[in-house]
Design a protein around this ligand. Structure first.
Ligand code: AMP
Length: 126
């Protein structure tokens, strides 16, 4: 898949001990599928579907509600990028998951949308 990769813009709202902040600012050396508009996208290290991409804001927010309240335009861009990835890899169909809280499976507290695509999914989710 070839998607546009632009410069990663410097952002004030980062946390020194957050690995996803290091991915977002480029210092972790993770391959970015998309970068721009305040978000970056990269492949999940433990994929749960043929397409499993994480889309995150460059700025650090613990969860999606915090991002949406502070920077709704960046949340909208995150969703647009999710669709762009699904269009490129899976015919446009995808599941977008924001685990919010340790009790429902959140393990990294820098908000990330899981873009899951390329196979069927059951409902209700497990
Ligand atoms: P969650 O459990 O919803 O917080 O999701 C965290 C996700 O981050 C998991 O799916 C992990 O596999 C993924 N992950 C953790 N570390 C990395 C990494 N270095 N690169 C890519 N994905 C990662």
């Amino acid at each position: 898949m070839r998607l546009p990769v632009g410069p990663v813009l410097p952002y004030a709202n980062t946390m020194a001990d957050c690995f996803f902040c290091a991915i977002a600012d480029g210092s972790a050396g993770v391959n970015l599928l998309v970068s721009g508009g305040g978000v970056v996208a990269f492949r999940d290290i433990n994929p749960q579907a043929p397409t499993h991409v994480l889309v995150i804001p460059v700025a650090h927010y613990p969860d999606v509600a915090g991002l949406g309240a502070a920077e709704p335009e960046v949340l909208a861009e995150l969703v647009r990028v999710a669709q762009q990835i699904a269009d490129a890899e899976a015919g446009g169909e995808f599941r977008l998951v924001f685990n919010t809280g340790a009790g429902v499976g959140q393990s990294v507290f820098h908000v990330h949308g899981h873009v899951l695509a390329g196979r069927g999914f059951g409902w209700p989710p497990g």
